[in-house]
Design a protein around this ligand. Structure first.
Ligand code: GLA
Length: 375
């Protein structure tokens, strides 16, 4: 038996751009999901989770597709990965999967992708060592989209697989999807992200308001973006270079959605440029805050708790702050001078208490490694 881990993620910038063929810039978190796995020879998969004691599932690999609706919701992420390997013609002779992890669920930190990717790297190492990272990411994404029913883009799975310690991952989603498994690899770049040497910290504030992808509002935003692209006559909003071009959309809501995506792509490239040059990362702060305003006003996926966390962090001295992930709940990141982190945390907790909101969970993160075997 061996154990594989895959991390949660925060996106430094580039929200709701992935399914518009755009750019994202995530880091992997030092919080992981774990998959301990061993081959079986009876054609069955057994999956258990430490978070779901007493609810293990045992099912034939050949039955996975047909039984999708009958297996418990939590198990669809790991079972979906097995089903997706099998669907692609990769023979899985049977496998035991024991899951555990510390990525908070519903915090907008991609616990589900961390789980799917931990299982995916385990299955690759056990049964299909030739599978590329790009295919592995697609396997994990299909498992979430088609088997678990969560319509995610590629951001979370790419972060979990491709991120490296000390770096943010600049991913061009269109280039990635179009790429083959040719030696030039995937359209991504590791951008140095080391805040510590500049006396900075990245603080995560989890509002405790659960973010869920399966509740329909995320899918609604995707549909709005597709409609905005159609109104502009382009394949994807990625093809619009200037925010002024979105003025051509007649519908005011679709216009705002498109403006967010177009300006967000510009922000990703601007942040990557600054970090690549190794200049003081404090300079990215205002761009992060602009990203939040755009998600709040144009994309309309923020909440009063997320806005309160952002506003309070900025008032307490953060250089920049924004909500992360799909929205409608989840977490905020704030870029803070190390000596001010305590003050920001105190200010946010006080503001939440005054507003009658649950006490937020806060933690400092660094750019950690992507999925790997821990022995
Ligand atoms: C969720 C999805 C991602 C991405 C973000 C928003 O996390 O899983 O694919 O669309 O929302 O940036």
């Amino acid at each position: 038996m061996r154990t594989w881990v895959a991390p949660g993620r925060v996106n430094i910038i580039g929200e709701h751009t992935d399914y518009n063929d755009g750019y994202v810039l995530p880091i992997a978190l030092p919080l992981v999901m774990r998959c301990t796995a061993a081959a079986r020879t009876d054609g069955r998969v057994r999956v258990g989770s430490r978070q779901r004691p007493g609810e293990p599932v045992l099912i034939a690999v050949s039955e996975l597709a047909a039984q999708r609706a009958r297996v418990p919701g939590w198990s669809r992420y790991p079972l979906g990965v097995v089903a997706e390997f099998a669907r692609r013609g990769i023979r899985i002779p049977g496998v035991d999967l024991d899951l555990d992890g510390e990525v908070p669920i519903g915090a907008g930190l991609s616990s589900s992708a961390a789980l799917s990717c931990a299982v995916a790297v385990a299955l690759r190492d056990l049964f299909a060592p030739g599978v590329s990272d790009r295919v592995l990411i697609e396997v994990a994404r299909s498992a979430e989209n088609d088997y678990a029913g969560a319509p995610t883009g590629l951001l979370d799975q790419s972060a979990a697989i491709l991120c490296t310690a000390g770096h943010a991952l600049l991913l061009d989603v269109r280039g990635f999807a179009a790429d083959t498994d040719a030696p030039r690899g995937v359209a991504h770049e590791q951008i140095p992200f080391n805040l510590d040497s500049f006396g900075l910290q990245l603080l995560v504030i989890d509002t405790g308001q659960p973010h869920q992808l399966v509740d329909g509002r995320y899918a609604e935003r995707r549909a709005e973006c597709a409609a905005a692209a159609a109104a502009l006559g382009v394949a994807a909003l990625r093809d619009i270079a200037s925010a002024a071009d979105t003025d051509r959309i007649a519908d005011a809501v679709l216009r705002r959605r498109a403006r967010h995506v177009v300006t967000e792509n510009t922000r990703v490239l601007a942040v990557a440029e600054k970090l690549r040059d190794g200049v003081d990362p404090r300079g990215i702060g205002p761009i992060l805050t602009e990203g939040h305003a755009s998600l709040r006003d144009d994309f309309e996926v923020s909440t009063p708790a997320l806005d309160a966390a952002v506003d309070t962090a900025l008032a307490a001295g953060a250089h920049g702050a924004r909500m992360v992930g799909g929205g409608f709940g989840g977490s905020v990141i704030a870029l803070v001078d190390r000596e001010k982190t305590g003050g920001v945390v105190t200010a946010v907790r006080r503001r939440f208490a005054d507003a009658g909101l649950p006490d937020p969970r806060t933690f400092v993160v660094i750019a950690a490694a992507g999925a790997h075997c821990v022995g």
